[in-house]
Design a protein around this ligand. Structure first.
Ligand SMILES: *[C@@H]1O[C@H](CO)[C@@H](O)[C@H](O)[C@H]1NC(C)=O
Ligand SMILES: *[C@@H]1O[C@H](CO)[C@@H](O)[C@H](O)[C@H]1NC(C)=O
Ligand SMILES: *[C@@H]1O[C@H](CO)[C@@H](O)[C@H](O)[C@H]1NC(C)=O
Ligand SMILES: *[C@@H]1O[C@H](CO)[C@@H](O)[C@H](O)[C@H]1NC(C)=O
Ligand SMILES: *[C@@H]1O[C@H](CO)[C@@H](O)[C@H](O)[C@H]1NC(C)=O
Ligand SMILES: *[C@@H]1O[C@H](CO)[C@@H](O)[C@H](O)[C@H]1NC(C)=O
Length: 768
């Protein structure tokens, strides 16, 4: 503020004006919610407050009333209230990746709601391969978000889920994703979005909360050897784009009807995703028909100008973003630059109105303009609906279903509490609390640590063995002493957010520091079973443990959420039978030592020795593979129904009738609705009840650089000992058995397709 030049009367006048203004402001207090017609009857006359009108009519009315500065206030996450129209401030940025989270400013925990149910981190949820569970989690998160919203503690726009492909084991944010497979990622995204969004009354126009699929697209490098996401340029082939990176986003929008897509920080093939009209307006809005808003990742527009220096001036970057299809800026970049962009003719108000309309339409669908939320559909929800016993049990159940048993020598797991009189619990994650949540966490209802979980079933003794997960100097002697005196040993090792997180990719993929030494030394003196529990987001090279006969079992528990310790104990003592499967390949350290994380190719390149990525393309050695996971029982498979061949009827004059073709276009009319059913009978031939995931893969003819193997679908069956069930798959030939060619076109290979479920193989010929 500049010092006053004059004293006396002018200053006094100014003071009066300020006081008058103040009175005016006081007369119009900041509204708490929009369209509060009860305390402000004047609002009744505004069409946008009338819930009996359609969304579009209400949005048009609202937009037509706004000045340019008011409009600009609704192009950013901290949206500015418009008192004269009874509209409060709104914070768009809330998170709910695996529970309502206070990572975004839209959520607060207070004494009224001190915590929310914290489910396992997504990578472990993906390992359940249970679609109804994905949706059930989303439903709990949206119920708790609504409950918190009603008492002013949460927004209605959750920027979750993260459906980027976990392309490289080093990625610090791989933990947030459903793994490396596009089919699993797509199914996870669709089910979770439905759980979040679906209105209890089935009205598709209404949103319980608005989900957001992020980060569009080909975003999976955070900070690797100094290469930062803010200016990383992902060079992606058309083929990899269309058969790996885009499918989860497409399914989110087309099948999940998600209300938002977030564009990412990185560039794709030289263009920032938030400034690429083809990716946003062209694909997301044009081809996929997003019914909702496109938001930029936080500060992405700022980075586009200041870090990437992609445009000459900031107002050009602002204009580019809006003209490309961005509707909402997480940040302040548009607030600062839109006015100037309009002034310079780089951007017109029609484009701004369009962006605003998508934003407001989303808020209309959420009931934000319908008055007091307490009087609405979810009005009865409140603090008592957060952290209910049912919700907390579900968090434990997800971890139980997700935990993956990777090794189990005869006589090791499950432990019997009758015979284990003393259990040594060792390791830097053995008494983990916050670590169990992973990132994008909230404050949980409570924690059950592994040590606490195990102590409920056995007499335990505990040694951390390392100061923390970095394990610079393992306390080997104390740990060995403890282990030598116990009937069994559980080592809870792995990582935490100091090893892998947002903005922190790993360089090595072995157990950090001296963890391996600690594990091996402890195993060498143990007299009973030695169970290695790996708590981590990404895979670890634990080949040494796989090979060491003294290490009798290996479990991967992801970041298992607030009830993780209870679920770990449930698995170890056999209260539940593990059924999780790895949603990503576990590579050997040599992979991390030789492959550039920044090489985006999925397919191998024999000329350079690049080995390719994921179970679909990588042929080299693995520590564990996608889909791996053991049970305490055994299952057998038998093919009940599957055709030997499928005939595609080509229309008269089709080129492939007269000349030899290896493949046909999979988007041709005649290819549509060409399907068949596969049935696989599964028997539980062991002694214990268990759930079994049937993974149906196909190996297409090796044309167009096709994947060696790809997931067609998965189904999980829960079977009593001796029980049997049938997994049914409706296979859409052109959708499920086709591949994407070098130009991004879907092709159906003619000839032999090998279908497999475990060791069961069936050859199917596609002919014309
Ligand atoms: C609402 O509109 C009606 C009809 O135009 C008018 O008579 C009334 O005064 C308005 N009420 C308020 C509170 O503005
Ligand atoms: C506003 O800008 C968009 C994008 O550049 C353009 O397509 C449209 O024609 C313009 N509309 C008007 C009314 O100038
Ligand atoms: C384990 O962690 C819990 C929760 O932080 C703590 O209360 C307890 O004292 C810890 N136990 C040991 C043995 O350190
Ligand atoms: C646990 O085991 C120790 C050592 O054998 C023993 O002294 C102690 O009494 C046991 N505690 C319980 C609760 O069984
Ligand atoms: C881990 O412990 C070591 C040794 O005590 C310490 O130097 C380091 O700062 C700790 N690391 C973290 C991330 O806390
Ligand atoms: C999938 O999860 C649901 C919800 O927990 C559970 O009821 C069901 O049994 C699970 N399915 C299988 C096959 O385990």
């Amino acid at each position: 503020m500049a010092p006053a030049k004059h004293s006396g009367f002018p200053c006094f006048a100014a003071l009066c004006i300020i006081l008058l203004c103040l009175r005016h402001v006081l007369a119009q207090p900041q509204p708490v919610f929009a369209c509060d017609v009860d305390s402000n009857p004047g609002l009744k006359n505004l069409s946008f407050c009338d819930p009996s009108l359609g969304v579009q009519a209400r949005v048009s009315d609202l937009v037509s009333r706004l000045t340019l500065p008011e409009k600009i206030g609704w192009l950013m996450n901290s949206a500015k209230g418009i008192n004269r129209l009874g509209i409060p401030n709104y914070e768009w940025w809330s998170e709910g990746l695996h529970g309502v989270s206070n990572v975004g400013p839209g959520v607060q925990f207070t004494s009224l709601v001190p915590g929310a149910t914290s489910f396992p981190q997504v990578i472990l949820t993906a390992a359940t391969f249970n679609e109804s569970l994905f949706q059930a989690i989303g439903k709990v998160v949206s119920t708790e978000a609504r409950a918190m919203h009603n008492v002013g503690l949460a927004g209605l726009t959750l920027w979750s889920p993260n459906v980027n492909i976990f392309r490289d084991p080093r990625w610090g944010r791989g933990q947030e994703t459903p793994g490396e497979d596009p089919v699993l990622s797509s199914k996870y995204g669709v089910a979770f979005v439905r759980g979040l969004q679906q209105s209890d009354d089935g009205d598709k126009q209404k949103l319980k909360v608005a989900a957001c699929c992020k980060h569009y697209t080909a975003y999976d490098v955070d900070n690797w050897k100094g290469i930062q996401r803010y200016n990383f340029n992902a060079m992606v082939t058309k083929q990899d784009m269309d058969d790996t990176f885009q499918p989860p986003f497409k399914c989110c929008v087309v099948d999940g009807d998600v209300a938002s897509v977030m564009c990412s920080y990185n560039q794709v093939n030289g263009k920032p995703t938030c400034g690429d009209p083809d990716l946003l307006t062209g694909v997301v809005r044009g081809q996929w028909k997003l019914n909702g808003y496109i938001v930029s990742d936080c500060e992405a527009l700022h980075k586009m100008f200041y870090t990437q220096k992609y445009t000459k001036t900031p107002e050009e970057a602002a204009a580019l973003a809006l003209n490309s299809g961005v509707d909402l800026d997480c940040g302040n970049f548009l607030r600062r630059n839109v006015n100037k962009a309009v002034g310079r003719g780089l951007l017109n108000e029609t484009t701004i109105d369009k962006a605003l309309s998508y934003n407001f339409a989303t808020m209309m669908r959420l009931g934000f303009f319908d008055g007091n939320p307490i009087n609405q559909q979810y009005g009865k929800l409140g603090p008592n609906d957060v952290c209910t016993p049912e919700h907390q049990n579900l968090a434990r159940e997800v971890a139980r279903q997700g935990i993956v048993l990777l090794k189990n020598s005869a006589g090791s797991l499950p432990l019997s509490s009758a015979s284990i009189k003393s259990l040594a619990v060792i390791g830097p994650n053995a008494n983990a609390t916050h670590t169990m949540l992973g990132n994008y966490e909230g404050i949980p209802c409570k924690y059950t640590t592994p040590l606490q979980g195990l102590t409920a079933s056995a007499n335990t003794s505990y040694q951390p063995g390392c100061a923390n997960t970095s394990c610079v100097a393992a306390e080997v002697d104390a740990a060995k002493k403890l282990a030598a005196s116990a009937d069994a040993v559980v080592l809870v090792m792995g990582s935490d957010q100091s090893i892998e997180k947002e903005s922190r990719d790993r360089v090595k993929i072995t157990l950090p520091g001296q963890q391996q030494l600690l594990v091996s030394e402890v195993a060498s003196v143990s007299k009973g079973p030695v169970i290695l529990v790996i708590m981590s987001g990404g895979g670890m090279d634990v080949q040494f443990a796989k090979d060491d006969p003294r290490i009798t079992s290996i479990l991967w528990v992801g970041f298992p959420g607030e009830a993780g310790g209870a679920a770990i104990a449930d698995v170890i003592f056999g209260a539940c039978n593990p059924s999780g499967r790895l949603p990503m390949t576990w590579y050997p350290e040599s992979y991390a030592d030789t492959v550039d994380m920044t090489d985006m190719h999925m397919r191998p390149n024999p000329a350079t020795g690049f080995p390719g990525r994921s179970y679909r393309f990588y042929k080299g050695p693995t520590v564990f593979s996608f889909g791996d996971g053991l049970s305490y029982t055994d299952f057998s498979h038998e093919l009940v129904t599957a055709p030997e061949f499928v005939t595609v009827a080509l229309g008269e004059g089709h080129a492939c009738l007269t000349s030899e073709c290896e493949s046909i276009d999979a988007d041709e009319e005649r290819c549509k609705n060409l399907g068949f059913e596969i049935r696989v009978r599964v028997k539980n031939v062991g002694e214990m009840r268990g759930s079994h995931t049937v993974l149906l893969f196909s190996s297409p003819p090796q044309l167009h650089n096709a994947p060696q193997k790809q997931l067609v679908g998965f189904q999980k069956l829960d079977l009593e000992a001796g029980g049997e069930g049938v997994a049914r798959f409706d296979v859409d030939v052109c959708k499920d058995l086709s591949v994407v060619d070098e130009n991004g076109k879907r092709k159906l290979g003619l000839g032999d397709h090998l279908l497999h479920v475990g060791s069961l193989k069936h050859s199917l010929k596609i002919r014309i």
